[in-house]
Design a protein around this ligand. Structure first.
Ligand SMILES: [Zn+2]
Length: 447
């Protein structure tokens, strides 16, 4: 290659450039001329894109910064900005990276650099401030790379309190400045231990240590939760992120047991469950009709219902009392039932396997129900139990040999969580505590 005559190089380059130019002016033409395309390729192998060529194109090109709107696709954005349709076809052939661009999300940015001929010179796809795909023309095709964005992750703290004013995790989280994402992650972290839909009380409190991500000193997002605690009805639950010796990271309690458990507490997401008002209103009706052996979650019709644990669907049917219902068997000991559904999720039939958290159906008011709600039953060896109180088998803790390294992570985190807890200094906490001893949120136990 070093000895390749200069003149030939120029010639090859000239040919490549004219081939490329022909393609650009006739974008929809079938590329059946194998000879010219192979010529293009071989010239690319010989040469990096010439600075003269790049310079020429950049002189004539303009960059437009476009923010993706709802309903936008790469195709209609290109059309709007008069990019040749052939360019899109070529882009879509860029293996897995074009996959990333098939579903653009509102708010993402595209920096489109094109010339007056409608040819794409460069495209920056800004998925987020820390994830940017850079695509540049190279001969007749495109080159891509993910830009390396230097980011800094710093620990940040937040605390909140459940009170009469902010009775849900969502409201309390918002009141104390937490993002929606962080609130949902706290709920997911404790979804096996706490019923955020039904069990929150005045005076419950939470603290969280999480990462904030910065790019060039500007906060661009929230990373993972490092540790969190939630005091619910005088019981304190803690979670600390720990990477075990096998390199798997998960959340553990103070005893080194994983938070992840066989059953989640609420088969309906807490953010969809309506106030206790509906629940109380429904009770007398239920009690007159039949003994109530489950828990009711009042929620809007169509709210997704999730499988409480991995299992097999043993029944998916309909009758006059239960309406549309699903029965899941989890191993030999446990059975869960979901009643009054408005419909079943796709793939839910007798014999189907389901995963914990999988959507199996939707809240409705079929059968003996006066308003849309999920009636949820939990059976242990054929006996109805209260799913929010029942003791479940605990998973194995971190092995003893690893406990020392776990405690090194755990101890400072737990100390930090205690320090930032609002219980230490908040007058609001004292006010909320008065409510605890005085007028309590009505008890919703009904099993
Ligand atoms: Zn019920």
């Amino acid at each position: 290659m070093q000895t390749f005559p200069r003149v030939n190089l120029y010639l090859a380059f000239f040919l490549a450039f004219s081939t490329w130019a022909i393609y650009q002016t006739a974008p929809n033409q079938n590329h059946d001329s194998k000879k010219s395309s192979s010529l293009t390729r071989s010239s690319n192998e010989l040469l990096p894109p010439s600075t003269a060529e790049v310079g020429l194109k950049e002189e004539l090109s303009v960059t437009k910064k476009i923010t993706v709107k709802s309903g936008d696709s790469l195709a209609n954005i290109f059309e709007r900005h008069e990019i040749n349709p052939g360019e899109l076809q070529k882009l879509m052939k860029l293996d897995s990276h074009s996959e990333e661009m098939k579903t653009l999300l509102p708010g993402e940015q595209l920096h489109i650099n094109s010339n007056s001929e409608g040819e794409l010179v460069n495209l920056r796809y800004v998925k987020s401030p820390v994830k940017i795909l850079n695509i540049g023309k190279r001969g007749n095709t495109f080159d891509w790379h993910w830009e390396l964005i230097e980011q800094e992750r710093l620990a940040s703290f937040a605390s909140g309190l459940i009170s009469n004013k902010n009775p849900s995790l969502y409201k309390a989280g918002k009141a104390y400045g937490l993002s929606d994402k962080l609130i949902m992650e706290i709920a997911e972290l404790f979804q096996w231990d706490i019923s955020f839909a039904l069990d929150l009380r005045n005076g419950d409190s939470f603290s969280v240590i999480y990462e904030k991500i910065y790019v060039e000193g500007v906060e661009v997002g929230v990373g993972k939760i490092l540790a969190a605690s939630f005091s619910n009805m005088k019981k304190r639950f803690s979670a600390v992120a720990y990477e075990n010796s096998e390199g798997t990271e998960d959340y553990y309690d103070v005893n080194g047991r994983p938070l992840r458990k066989a059953f989640i507490r609420d088969p309906v997401h807490f953010s969809h469950v309506s106030s206790s008002f509906n629940l109380r209103r429904m009770h007398p009706i239920h009690k007159k009709i039949m003994p109530h052996r489950g828990i009711d979650y009042a929620a809007l019709k169509g709210t997704p219902v999730r499988a409480a644990s991995d299992g097999n669907i043993t029944n998916r049917s309909q009758n006059s009392a239960s309406g549309k219902f699903i029965v899941i068997k989890h191993g030999r000991t446990y059975v869960t039932k979901y009643l009054h559904l408005s419909g079943f999720a796709r793939g839910i039939y007798k014999g189907a396997k389901v995963k914990q958290g999988q959507v199996i159906g939707y809240v409705g008011a079929t059968g003996w129900a006066t308003a849309p709600h999920l009636h949820y039953e939990f059976l242990v060896n054929g006996v109805h139990r209260n799913p929010r109180k029942v003791r479940l088998p605990e998973s194995d803790p971190i092995p003893e040999v690893e406990m020392e390294s776990f405690r090194k992570i755990l101890s400072p985190r737990i100390k930090q969580l205690k320090t930032i807890s609002l219980r230490n200094y908040s007058s609001e906490y004292k006010t909320a505590k008065k409510f605890v001893s005085g007028k309590q949120v009505p008890k919703k136990e009904d099993a």
